[in-house]
Design a protein around this ligand. Sequence first.
Ligand SMILES: [Zn+2]
Length: 342
Amino acid sequence: MKAFYAEEQKRHDPKAFLSSGAQKPNPEKPERVERLLVGAKAAGCTIERPRDHGLGPVAAVHTPEYLDFLEHIFARWQRIEGASAEVIPNIHPIARDGSYPASAVGQAGYHMADTACPISGETWRSALWSAWSAIEAAEGVMSGAPAAYALCRPPGHHAFADVAGGFCFINNSAVAAQTLRKQAARVAILDVDLHHGNGTQGIFYARPDVLTVSLHADPVRFYPFFWGHADERGEGPGLGYNFNLPLARKSGDAAFLEALDVAFQRIRAFAPEALVVALGLDAFEGDPFGGLSLTTQGFSRIGEAIAGRGLPTVIVQEGGYLCDELGDNLTAFLTGFGGGKR
Ligand SMILES: [Zn+2]
């Protein structure tokens, strides 16, 4: 299987992170890339650099206001006297239907959901290359490859059409799905990250052409708190095209695979022509977030189960944080996927 990644994706190096009010080092470290590259190569992937795909495929799922903000906010922030080294909001609108602020501080609050997505001078470029990796993988599948892996970093599934959040800026899985839509009438996104894919859900919430399915730790007491509940089913023409499967904290392989079967039932009934897997590896029992308790073998079985669907598949890297097994877990998933019944 081909894997796509560009060196520029490593330049974004966020420092700030607030967790339960405490300042901690940001866990979305560039070193993740090194571990994931080793893991992908161990599974037999060849690593290729994506092409420059311009803004078009990104603008297909994000607003121009937001993309302009992402590209220019760092330079504007630096002109504020006494401003922090990274763009971090200190105020958010409690509703987003009011006026659009002109100031850098106001716009940061408008376009950033939380304090986990600080923006530096490298963020825009890294996020754009990350999205281009996803596009390249989608185009590979559209050209006939049964599957491709996009080593996306920074990740994307918490980014909405006009909001960054949770280490995410451009929604790579959404960009991949929208790219696949050029050929496929219906695309399903299966998100197996520990956290609910709230940005992806938001982008497609009113659309019946992209089914969004997410398995994740129950948000009733877990990030992203306000999204990911079972009663969120879509709206308007998209009603019935969003499916959330929240899992009890510390759920292991058996519970996850059982929920995956339920997810597949829904996906089968949607009859998609292509699949995007939002592959978080942070549901691992040894991940620093500690929300679920999957094993390395569990990732292999998940990969095998997904491959068994026989759909053209774009695998997009989402979360998964530094622990000794991070690379092994990717190898296990990709090997399981390759060993499936395709
Ligand atoms: Zn996650």
